[in-house]
Ligand binder design. Sequence first.
Ligand code: FE2
Length: 225
Amino acid sequence: MSVSSPLPASVEHGESVPRHAVDHVEARVRALCERYARKLPFHGWHHVGFVRDKSVEFARLNGSDVSVVETAALVHDVNYLVRRNSPAAAGSGLRRAVLADAGVADPVAEWIDALVDEAEMRTRHRHISREAQALSDADTLFKALPVTPVVLAHRYLAENGVSLRELANKIVGEQRGAHDEGFYFYSPAAAAAYSRWATANLELWQCIKESLDDPTVERLLTAVG
Ligand SMILES: [Fe+2]
């Protein structure tokens, strides 16, 4: 179900987010990420910047509103500033405050907040809006990058206070269905370029899950802390 349809025509066909407002949101989110960098070893500015850059690329490809997608990408993970290991909705208050301070019109801010929820890995489905698809593809790509399990997964554990088993269960539990049903990536270009990485990543996490059932592996992990 698309969330863009209830918007007034002036928003659907008009100005969306002016450049100066996007820049204002970027400066504010970047400052927050840098100030609270120790709270955000995984979802810090390096993640937000990556998701912004890639979501703009995917928004241009799928014809969605680039300014809305860019702004949504900038505020999509502010929930981690509000509460550790939380859903996107937990950041709604801070998200709306950042958007209001930047002068983003209320209906557009509402649209952005809704599309962030719509793009969430845990609940997204085949028929989300184009803007949510662009954001989702960028955020999902970050998860599927071959470098993420190697240099960033341990940061996720530290940031969110979860065990390796909990993270492996979360990744396989949330991503396997979308992968097997063919909407892991929405953009055909993203699917063509990155599906191999996604498949390898899911297989790795499935193997990690299986390895944790071996008591000798558990003892090994306990021994290394
Ligand atoms: Fe994210």
